[in-house]
Design a protein around this ligand. Sequence first.
Ligand code: MCA
Length: 508
Amino acid sequence: MNETLISLIDRTALRLGEKKAILFLRKGRLESQMTYSSLQQISNRVANGLKTNGLRKGDRAILFMPKSIEQILFHLGVQKVGAISVILNPGFKKDEMDYFLRDTDATIIIAGKKEEALIQSLDKERPMISIDTGNPFEEDELFPESSTQFSLEQGNPNDPAILIYTSGTTGQPKGAILTQQNLTQDAKNIIRIWEITEKDVLCHALPLFHVHGLCFALHTSLIAGAKIVMCDEFAAETVMDILSSQEGELACTLFMAVPTMYLRMIDKMEGAKSDFSHLRLLVSGSAPLAPKDFERIKKTFGKEPVEREGMSETGMNFSNPLRGLKKPGSIGLPLPQVEARIVNPETFQDVKPGEVGEIWLMGPHVTPGYWKKPKETEVVFVNGWFRTGDLGKKDKDGYYYITDRLKHIIISGGENISPKEIESVINQHPKVSESCVVGMPDEKWGEKVVAAVILKPGVAFAEKEIRDHCKQHLHDWKCPKEILFLNELPRNRMGKILKEDVMKSFEK
Ligand code: MCA
């Protein structure tokens, strides 16, 4: 039988039985926990319940809810049906959700209590299951009347398994399709290079709506049989407490995070000394880790972080070695079966060793494309090679570095944000003539979203109106941290806006 993500997880769960799989903490307090056999049996009930609600193989199921044990059980249930999990950021606003409902044409939505009203306001007809994730999880909570027996769908490596929406440079996010083969290849790669086993305990403080928290952290842990200490959200002091536990059921061996999280925790530590020698692996990713921050992590935790690189479209591509030289500023070496080239983006010829070019990838981990977007899919592939849109180079030891981006994407607190999407929202404001959104370097966020705005002639100053307008139409994380009003936007002779010059106007 072809391996699928869920067949690998199910096999581990059946083998490990009463071993603890997930300890769920809410606001730092241990609230509920689940063994591998409960995970296996309840996700069977959920799969049967979803089928009763009309979900079929290949359908899309949107999970629009807070991070919770229920969210994981629905994700596994959707996978057991052979349907496609679409896990979305619960902070999305009405316009954003309207787009996702249309783009996925989801058969069913699993919504949290707070998110339910927003879905209702958009589409009363679409089947929705509303889940109150605010109370401690009870084992008989989900579909108690459904059978705990479920025979898995025969999987096919090319079947789409999840959609991960990623900011597009054209404005609207694109649903990167990850197939069963993409996910199983990715998970096996990571388990292998980081030697994840059932002896490990992962501190999971990432959201589940990106490949970082979903694939690199959750899927690998469940397949390897590790225990997961899962936080409902990231809070620096909570995570520091967990990571400081050297024994007891919250004692961890692994931690994965974005640089902003590490910096928050280091600030909280304020130089206090703690022994983290029980942690065998600290991973940093989703945004570049500055060499100075590599050193700060090393100083605070007494261990060098492993910086790695991935994409929503490919899962993980590069990692510094678990055992061996970790190079600050480098994203490390290609993972098994990841083929990488550095190519001149104009001529498509490989650059000379050591020179900068666009990183192109090929391998069983690479997406087949974007959901219902054939044009956007066509432009990212050249003779089967995936164009990352990242500029980089390789050193003489084969270590890769990302040096710049060809695509206009801002990475704020590990979140990829499209300037175009924000500009189009700002430009809808009746007082705005045009705008230009750029990412400015920022100690806290890595890059922060800022907007230069040109008001229409004769209208009054409108900063608060524009801020409120953004908050109404955009996820909070996308809203500009700074708004600058200019008389005109700097342009070259062709009329193209000069982003570098716009950035200069924000330099203090
Ligand atoms: C929170 N805020 C942000 C962000 N997060 N602003 C900009 N960018 C952000 N990323 C704002 C909130 O709106 C709020 O604003 C204020 O900061 C405090 O919010 P809070 O939630 O307390 O922030 P935090 O907890 O201190 O830090 C946020 C965070 C979060 C935990 C770092 O940003 C996060 O979970 N980032 C990781 C996202 C992720 O999983 N990335 C992986 C995708 P106000 O005060 O105005 O209300 S990339 C990926 O998967 C690739 C493929 C890969 O390889 O990993």
